[in-house]
Design a protein around this ligand. Structure first.
Ligand code: KIV
Length: 264
């Protein structure tokens, strides 16, 4: 069954876990989509993962649009959510509605915005414009310089309370789900129990309504920093290295191409 915004919300009511993975290109999205993943996220992690940027800040609206179009050509069943990159929604309501609208025109079915209580009015505006919004609180990588690094958020009583208030105000403003990134498990549990929309955790423990990870991390394709919360399901990097080395060797020694590979 095709995943939709309403049936993602329904899953929480039925106590069914929600699965979400990032996707950036057509061929990989085709495979992920046929595995029963509920949500494909064209994350701004595309910056570090695909383009080799140091962080997500340089990612542009045009880049996310490009990857959204590629993934939307592959997507049949999953709900397609696109990240709104840094500066695509902070400058004005008008810019935000236009840029989020462009994502929907490119094939996304919802957008994800980083930020808590401070973006509640914008979320309300977008929801009223027919643009479904997924929230993202906790460690918000677009605020990396204000946060002072990739650190677990919500560890003090004050920051914990702010996260809970943010989750409630985002829900009230109309988000259909919230990503909780890098927060202590008990904080994620408290938020999950106090909102009626699904929470989707990344480094937020076992009690969220769903989980999200970066596809390259679970496949062992990204050899950069690997956070504690990542589970590697396969180690593809050495397999690819082996295959490429065999190809190089075969070409050099004349073992490839063989008769089966040629036209006569
Ligand atoms: O950009 C991204 O990939 C994300 C998820 C990891 C939540 O925002």
């Amino acid at each position: 069954m095709k995943a939709t915004v309403p049936n993602i919300i329904e899953k929480k009511k039925r106590g069914e876990k929600i699965t979400m993975l990032t996707a950036y290109d057509y061929s990989t999205a085709l495979i992920i989509d046929r595995c029963g993943v509920d949500i494909l996220l064209v994350g701004d992690s595309v910056g570090p993962i695909f383009s080799g940027y140091e962080n997500t800040l340089p990612v542009t609206t045009e880049e996310i649009l490009y990857h959204t179009k590629a993934v939307s050509r592959a997507r049949k069943n999953a709900l397609l959510v696109s990240d709104m990159p840094f500066l695509s929604y902070q400058t004005s309501f008008e810019d935000a509605v236009r840029n989020c609208g462009l994502m929907l025109k490119a094939g996304a079915e919802a957008v994800k915005l980083e930020g808590g209580q401070e973006i509640a009015d914008l979320v309300r505006k977008l929801s009223h414009s027919g643009i479904p919004v997924m929230g993202h609180i906790g460690l918000t990588p677009q605020s990396i310089h204000s946060l002072g690094g990739y650190k677990v958020q919500g560890k003090t009583e004050d920051t914990r309370r702010k996260l809970i208030i943010s989750a409630k105000s985002l829900e009230e403003a109309g988000v259909f789900s919230i990503v909780l990134e890098c927060v202590p498990e008990d904080v994620a549990k408290e938020i999950t129990e106090n909102v009626n929309i699904p929470t989707i955790g990344i480094g937020a423990g076992r009690y969220c309504d769903g989980q999200v990870l970066v596809i390259n991390d679970i496949l062992g394709l990204f050899e950069g920093f690997r956070p504690k919360f990542v589970k590697k399901y396969v180690d593809l990097a050495p397999l690819i290295e082996g295959a490429v080395k065999n190809y190089v060797e075969d070409v050099k020694t004349g073992k490839f191409p063989e008769e089966t590979h040629i036209f006569s």
